[in-house]
Ligand binder design. Structure first.
Ligand SMILES: NC(=O)C1=CN([C@@H]2O[C@H](COP(=O)(O)OP(=O)(O)OC[C@H]3O[C@@H](n4cnc5c(N)ncnc54)[C@H](OP(=O)(O)O)[C@@H]3O)[C@@H](O)[C@H]2O)C=CC1
Ligand SMILES: O=C(O)C(=O)[C@@H](O)[C@H](O)C(=O)CO
Length: 275
């Protein structure tokens, strides 16, 4: 059973989940089916990924009770606004074939569009209506979060951010901790970069007799973050979940965090827009 962290609304969130940004020709239903069989209970998708139907088919076919699986999805930039956000949630419910969403996030703040407050107000109402269990955001900065809370008085349960040893985001993680917001890590393995071959990662893997991927995911856990590694490979899915039988030393944590060099794709939420 994967350990959980309690969100500010009382929800128990597994401390690791499966990402579902699709690879070329991938059968997402098969990927998620394998993951559920391996013990994943948190699945991260988005309207924009076009993987909600595959996630939904896997959940429907699984012997794991629906109530034991937490599904996260996200509202894309093209559907910011009160009515649009509600439309997005309805579309995701249909795509997933479920009657509630466990965690709904705003995918990107799009501050130049400047409509994320209305989007958040819709999500607050969706939560009150029982359509959504928990509400959060993604790619929000501290300034975006400050404005959201000052204008609505509702603190997001989660902020899902780019987080990996190249970009440890210590200041934003500290802000989250001060405000009762759980940090989720996207691209936790540095998707496709050379992160897993970095010397501090390789040395820790050798010292603990685990893989480089397990070292990096353990680094997230020990930071108090919730990583969402994506793997279509059942063996690597299992490996990624098997990170609770060892502990990185303080020196190893410092060395891995010392790989800091910045964002992988330069997606600064103050200017990056995705619709
Ligand atoms: N909110 C947002 O804006 C964003 C959210 N996300 C979320 O985060 C998830 C994860 O991020 P993502 O960008 O997919 O990339 P990850 O950092 O999770 O890396 C995924 C890649 O790593 C490989 N991999 C997985 N496990 C291992 C392992 N143990 N050893 C070596 N390689 C491994 C996978 O290949 P293989 O499949 O062959 O194992 C895949 O190519 C996404 O799927 C999405 O759900 C991502 C980006 C932005
Ligand atoms: O995958 C996501 O959720 C995104 O927001 C993408 O833009 C992601 O950042 C990506 O694909 C980067 O190339």
């Amino acid at each position: 059973m994967t350990p959980t962290v309690t969100l500010n609304d009382g929800t128990a969130l597994p401390v690791i989940g499966l990402g579902t940004v699709q690879s070329e020709g991938e059968d997402m239903a098969a990927t998620v089916t394998a993951a559920l069989s391996s013990g994943y209970r948190l699945i991260d998708t988005a309207l924009r990924y076009e993987t909600e139907p595959g996630v939904g088919r896997a959940v429907a076919a699984s012997s794991v009770p629906r109530e034991d699986i937490l599904i996260t999805t996200k509202i894309p930039g093209r559907l910011h606004g009160y009515d649009e956000a509600k439309e997005s949630a309805r579309t995701s419910l249909d795509n997933l074939g479920v009657d509630y969403i466990d965690l709904l996030l705003i995918h990107w703040p799009l501050p130049k569009v400047d409509n994320y407050i209305d989007t958040w107000r819709a999500m607050i109402d969706l939560q009150k209506e029982g359509v959504v269990r928990s509400i959060g955001v993604s790619n929000f900065t501290a300034a975006h979060l400050d404005r959201l809370v000052s204008e609505t008085s509702v603190v997001p349960s989660v902020n899902q951010i780019e987080l990996h040893p190249y970009f440890p985001q210590a200041d934003l993680r500290a802000y989250h901790a001060e405000h009762g917001i759980v940090t989720e890590s996207w691209s936790p393995l540095g998707r496709g970069s050379e992160l897993l071959t970095a010397p501090p990662v390789a040395e820790a893997a050798a010292a603990h007799g685990v893989s480089e991927g397990q070292v990096v995911l353990r680094w997230h856990i020990q930071l108090g973050a919730v990583p969402l590694p994506k793997s279509s490979n059942p063996d690597r899915q299992k490996q990624n979940l098997d990170i609770f039988g060892f502990e990185l030393t303080d020196d190893e944590m410092v060395a891995i965090s010392g790989l800091e060099r910045g964002r992988i794709w330069g997606q600064d939420p103050d200017v990056y827009e995705e619709f």
